[in-house]
Design a binder for this molecule. Structure first.
Ligand code: CP3
Length: 341
């Protein structure tokens, strides 16, 4: 088994820097689009055999050092009593955004086996399929990012409804965040129990907050999640637009801190301390460029962390559909080649 990813999470020396890519399965890949001709996204994510097939596509095609379960951060919402769908081209849509105390009270803590059993089933199948190859990463949305969808009703620019609740009804906000944190805890623990060998908490939109508001309204809830995860599997804590307060992300928890491309990764690592591993941080759009530009960026990122044990190569955020498989594969090969110890 290729254990470089798990070793790097534990900050152990490796013979090459491991790489995996957020959204490594998806629309940039023909095999994914072929399946999408037949099934909609929710069907793909909630049918174990299809989710397994999609998870395996980038393992077979581009040679990454870890698999990430094909699912979505919004899947637990159904079991919380919050209906949603994915509109073609408009992203996620929550049917009745949560804005009142009565709605917050009505939110249920999921029963993972009952409500998202298909995720655990996919994990179990994947562990068998992956045996001897690469480790499997499970994941969940973080309390703030999930709450932002639950309250806004979809993607948002200014988080007007979420922040209105946060500032005007802090008790209601904290109750909602506490419930979401409880859901994240049981969901991730069920994934770990089912066989996930590492987990990533996606706080993709938390950079919309000031560091002060993060500490006041969000950090205690994210910390509660990390404090209650079981097992000795590595935990990755990822956010974007957080480069100026990565120390606060680290304080909340995680063995590996995700870094986006808005900061030099070596500088980021130095600022938060070498007692955690780091993951990142190529700007995904660099993969639009010619190979020479990709190569230059890969070399600079590798030079910036200087072979220090505990770097996992990744993008600063997910792959976008416009990228070519050829360039993505070239990136993986370059990281392997240029980081040979
Ligand atoms: O990384 C992987 O390969 C695993 C699969 C994965 C998906 N979503 C598949 C997906 C993961 C880890 C996610 C997490 C996720 N989902 C996040 C956090 C990560 C991030 O990107 O910040 C967020 C914010 C979501 C919510 C979400 N799901 C949005 C906003 C959208 C629509 C936007 C878009 O890209 O279409 C989705 C849909 C989604 N999730 C797709 C995929 C492959 C596209 C669905 C399709 O095929 O049309």
């Amino acid at each position: 088994m290729n254990e470089t990813f798990l070793k790097a999470c534990r900050r152990e020396p490796v013979d090459h820097t491991p790489i995996w890519l957020m959204r490594q399965a998806g629309r940039y890949m023909k095999e994914y689009l072929d399946l999408k001709e037949k099934y909609d996204f929710i069907t793909m994510a909630t049918t174990p055999d299809i989710a397994v097939e999609v998870t395996m596509q980038p393992i077979n095609k581009i040679g990454v050092d870890a698999a990430i379960l094909f699912a979505d951060i919004l899947l637990p919402l159904e079991g919380m009593g919050i209906g949603f769908s994915f509109d073609k081209n408009h992203g996620p849509k929550i049917h009745n955004p949560v804005r009142t105390k009565a709605q917050v009270d009505a939110i249920k803590i999921i029963d993972p086996e009952e409500d998202v059993g298909y995720v655990m089933e996919a994990i179990k199948i994947l562990r068998k399929e992956l045996e001897g190859r690469v480790p499997l990463i499970g994941f969940s949305g973080a309390p703030f990012t999930l709450a932002s969808y639950i309250i806004e009703g979809g993607s948002s620019r200014n988080y007007v409804h979420a922040k209105t609740m946060m500032y005007q009804e802090p008790e209601m906000w904290n109750l909602l965040m506490d419930k979401v944190a409880d859901v994240v805890i049981v969901y991730l623990n069920a994934q770990i129990e089912a066989g996930a060998q590492a987990v990533q908490l996606f706080d993709s939109w938390v950079g919309a907050l000031s560091p002060r508001d993060y500490v006041t309204y969000v950090q205690p809830h994210s910390k509660k999640v990390f404090d209650n995860l079981k097992g000795d599997v590595p935990k990755i804590h990822f956010g974007t637009n957080t480069s100026t307060w990565l120390n606060l992300i680290k304080e909340a928890g995680g063995d590996v801190i995700g870094v986006d491309w808005r900061i030099d990764i070596g500088e980021a690592w130095k600022s938060i301390g070498y007692d955690v591993a780091v993951q990142g941080n190529l700007d995904p759009t660099v993969l639009l460029g010619p190979k020479s530009v990709i190569e230059k960026n890969v070399k600079e990122i590798l030079a910036s962390v200087d072979n220090r044990p505990g770097h996992i190569f990744n993008l600063g955020h997910g792959i976008i559909p416009e990228l070519s498989v050829d360039n993505v594969k070239a990136l993986v090969d370059m990281v392997h080649e240029f980081s040979q110890r």
